[in-house]
Design a protein around this ligand. Structure first.
Ligand SMILES: Cc1cc2nc3c(=O)[nH]c(=O)nc-3n(C[C@H](O)[C@H](O)[C@H](O)COP(=O)(O)OP(=O)(O)OC[C@H]3O[C@@H](n4cnc5c(N)ncnc54)[C@H](O)[C@@H]3O)c2cc1C
Length: 424
């Protein structure tokens, strides 16, 4: 008798990495996606940084007041839209509950363990499979402009240092020595923390390359295949309905912000909501002189700049605006203004008219950590809800899922990411 394949719904970072990890363990797998190409969701043009240094959920203590105030500020970096308030009541209450300092710290530490593991495993895959995805190892610089920002950045680094986070404190001079392009800064940072173990890589290209490896191992890809329903029999999930056709097998939901709608008919109220972010990718062909050497992160504004080969990407912001993926020109303009203030000489040389603007929806869980593993329903597994950490955590999450599905001993503690025990 032939074994039914494992069906993975969603071919973004979470789905493609899970597809590969399961195929690499000799399991038959089918990866389906409603789009006609892979990685068309949040994994398309994200910030391109693997950043274990930023594992803290975005519901940092004290978030409640500014988040509510953002309703009245059209361009707040993290913005709640009034029309979404009724839909986000339950999720929002949990988001705020989990912003209590002790909870937030514990989740930050758990996220760090997965993020660090995942980044190492991404390096290992890159080397063992010879993947080429514009990967580099410049580390990242977290900038601060005030003593309070400096104290917050240091507190986070000190919290994670016992778990292995390596960081270097840089004052203004040391920062300039490391990143000379900042000599032109209009609003010079007073310093930064440097995280040498963060990485850069193009998530979409990575997905394409890893997909090919999974296919070589026998995995099957079906595009233009939207899952409309999870099929249930005698209390178990036995497959997926796609265009009226039943695909039979165990199911992994790795559908990003699409996961919630798929699970709701089964009574699973997955607390994952879209947090819309923007990116703007510009060619650096016109640049003369100093170029950017490191990704720069401004945690105040949730905005970063990442250098990629022959281009740079400015990204950030979080809007709670449902599943809307429209590109709001004022938001792209904010990214440009941020860059103009930070690196004015470079900004003046860039051709902004040919910048590629993009918006994507981060699948953000209300407690700031992903869901990885079995659900209370037999035959149904999750790998979703990675929020702003989906690239950083992708390979590690997929390995953890594959360990759990095959009964292998996980290499990191699975409990913080388990579905059971969390309020659904
Ligand atoms: C602006 C921005 C910058 C970011 N920067 C970074 C960064 O620098 N580092 C980092 O670690 N993370 C970053 N992230 C987060 C990261 O990109 C996401 O966490 C990650 O892409 C989520 O991957 P995913 O596979 O879960 O979801 P997605 O990539 O959205 O994939 C989900 C897939 O499921 C498919 N799907 C949904 N429903 C169905 C259905 N019913 N049937 C079939 N297919 C379905 C969709 O078509 C989609 O292809 C960023 C995100 C944004 C928006």
């Amino acid at each position: 008798m032939t074994q039914n394949p494992i069906i993975l719904i969603g071919a973004g970072l979470a789905g493609v990495t899970s597809f590969y990890e399961l195929a690499a363990r000799g399991l038959p797998t089918v990866l389906i996606d409603g789009e006609t190409q892979i990685a068309q969701g949040a994994s398309f043009a994200n910030g391109a940084v693997l950043h274990p240094s930023l594992p803290d959920p975005w519901n940092n203590p004290g978030i409640g007041v500014p988040l509510l105030a953002s309703v009245f500020n059209p361009l707040a970096p993290m913005k709640l839209h009034l029309g979404q308030v009724p839909k986000l009541l339950g999720w929002g209450a949990s988001f705020l509950r989990n912003s209590a300092p002790a909870r937030h710290r514990a989740i930050t530490q758990a996220n760090y363990s997965l993020a660090q593991y995942s980044t190492r495993q991404t390096d290992a895959l890159r080397q063992s499979l010879g993947l080429q995805f514009e990967a580099s190892e410049p580390g990242t610089l977290k900038l601060f402009h005030t003593s309070a920002e400096r104290a917050a950045a240091l507190a986070m680094a000190e919290l994670l240092a016992p778990q292995g986070l390596v960081y270097e404190k840089l004052d203004a001079d040391a920062l300039l020595a490391r990143e000379p392009s900042l000599a032109q800064a209009g609003d010079p940072p007073m310093g930064a923390l440097y995280f040498p173990n963060d990485r850069v890589g193009n998530a979409r290209v990575f997905c394409e390359q890893l997909l090919a490896q999974g296919q070589k191992l026998g995995g099957e890809l079906r595009l233009g295949a939207r899952a409309t329903k999870l099929l249930r029999e005698s209390g178990r999930v036995v497959g997926v309905e796609v265009d009226g056709e039943a695909l039979l097998g165990q199911v992994v939901v790795s559908a990003g912000v699409g996961a919630r709608a798929l699970l709701a008919p089964l009574g699973i109220n997955l607390p994952v909501q879209p947090a819309k972010g923007y990116s703007l990718t510009l060619s650096t062909a016109s640049l003369e002189g100093t170029v950017l050497a490191h990704p720069l992160v401004d945690p105040r504004l949730h905005i970063s700049v990442t250098p990629l080969p022959n281009r740079l990407r400015i990204l950030g912001m979080a809007e709670f605006i449902g599943h809307d993926r429209a590109i709001e020109p004022r938001r792209s303009r904010l990214l440009q203004q941020f860059f103009e203030r930070l690196l004015p000489d470079m900004a003046a040389q860039l051709d902004w008219s040919s910048g590629e603007a993009w918006a994507g929806l981060r699948p953000m869980s209300s407690d700031g950590r992903p869901f990885i593993g079995a659900t209370p329903i037999e035959g149904l597994w999750l790998n979703c809800g990675h929020g702003h950490l989906g690239w950083t955590m992708a390979v590690g999450s997929a390995r953890l899922l594959a360990d759990l599905m095959t009964g292998a001993a996980p290499e990191i503690a699975p409990a913080p990411f388990a579905v059971s025990g969390r309020k659904l």
